[in-house]
Design a protein around this ligand. Structure first.
Ligand SMILES: *Cc1c(COP(=O)(O)O)cnc(C)c1O
Length: 369
């Protein structure tokens, strides 16, 4: 495995999407510019793009896959395209070589969305080091969950200088906000295990509606981006991220071994995790696989209290068909991504115990009937 990402993550922000927005700004991107990103993503990405006045343009993903289709990227390039975001969904490396060569041919910078992975590799090189920069997230469900936070890795000295200047004007979030994130982190830390997944998911949804906890999604508005886009990372989160990065190899090994065990259970049940190209290494944050009747499997998983996640359930999760236009997505635009939303579910690589593996095998057995 190549050198770990550790101390390279010096640019830290309130969230991953804030890091993305700041990186786009450092590239001189703004009003009227287009940024290509994949459908089958979360709304945080277009939110970051729109916060600086740019327009998200959606490319489709590869069939039976969860990452960008290089030919769709090429089709979406216009004279206004200023950046291409390459997402390594669930930690599975995207087709980077092909996308990089398309981007190079058009002279467009590539930004990697590494929110789901710190250690995956493409052709022996760590993802995040291919484009001009990469952004990371430390929210719940990400490889090193530390509360709410994001970071940026820059592979270009000019960008580092621009970012240094921008970071001088970041604001520290309020004490109350910090307290909220801290409490939320502690509650999840104590309660989270795959058997509590459904309970916590419902609880979190209810509490974020009441604004008691920091939800994952802000209301979208291009004219008035959330004040969060000028926030730095909370100091307590930053300390946790440092501690977790210091033990990154350990968590990478744990994720790899859990992925192997979960992968074996789903293969046994006749399903397939995504194919990893020869020479690539996937350190998954979750294990996705396609099922025939997603709604039925999820209902059964809830009943049996076994963790199975539905996301992404819409191309720009969690925006439904009526809200997608707010981030510039037109229904039917990316057909493969829409089909993936109908068929893919995902499984955890954290808290994977023999008990979870048993429960999972039982669930998949029962779902077959
Ligand atoms: C979580 C996530 C983000 C954004 O992270 P935040 O820290 O919530 O802003 C961006 N892209 C992907 C693919 C994500 O999963």
């Amino acid at each position: 495995m190549s050198d770990s990402v550790g101390s390279e993550l010096k640019f830290r922000f309130y969230r991953g999407r804030v890091g993305l927005a700041q990186m786009l700004r450092a590239l001189g991107i703004g009003d009227g510019d287009e940024v290509i990103t994949q459908a089958y993503t979360c709304v945080a990405v277009p939110e970051g793009i729109m916060s600086i006045g740019a327009t998200p343009v959606y490319a489709d993903i590869l069939p039976d896959h969860v990452n960008l289709d290089p030919s769709s990227v090429e089709e979406k390039i216009s004279s206004a395209t200023r950046a291409i975001i390459v997402q390594h969904t669930f930690g599975y490396p995207a087709a980077l070589s092909r996308i990089m060569s398309i981007a190079d041919r058009h002279g467009i910078p590539v930004i990697e969305d590494c929110c789901h992975t710190l250690s995956s590799e493409h052709q022996g090189q760590r993802v995040g080091t291919f484009g001009v920069g990469a952004f990371y997230s430390f929210e719940w469900g990400k490889p090193i969950a530390s509360g709410v936070g994001g970071a940026v890795l820059l592979n270009n000295d000019t960008l580092v200088e621009a970012m240094d200047t921008q970071c001088d004007s970041l604001i520290t979030p309020s004490f109350v906000r910090g307290l909220k994130v801290q409490l939320q982190y502690m509650v999840f830390r104590v309660l989270y295990r795959p058997a509590n997944y459904w309970f916590l998911k419902d609880l979190f949804a209810r509490l974020s509606k009441l604004k008691v906890v920091e939800g994952n999604y802000n209301p979208i508005s291009a004219d008035d981006p959330s004040e969060e886009f000028s926030f730095s990372m909370l100091p307590a989160v930053s300390r946790r991220v440092d501690a977790r990065l210091a033990r990154l190899d350990e968590s990478t090994h744990r994720a790899l071994s859990a992925a192997e065990q979960v992968g074996a259970v789903i293969k046994e049940a006749g399903y397939e995790p995504p194919v990893v190209d020869q020479g690539d290494l996937a350190v998954p944050a979750r294990i996705p696989f396609a099922v025939e009747d997603k709604a039925r499997l999820l209902a059964l998983a809830r009943e049996l209290r076994t963790e199975v996640a539905e996301w992404y359930s819409t191309p720009i999760h969690p925006l439904g068909a009526n809200d997608q236009h707010m981030v510039g997505y037109a229904s039917g635009e990316c057909k493969v991504a829409e089909a993936a939303c109908q068929s893919f579910v995902s499984l955890p690589v954290f808290g994977v115990t023999p008990r979870y593996l048993d429960d999972l095998a039982t669930l998949l057995q029962r779902a077959k009937r």
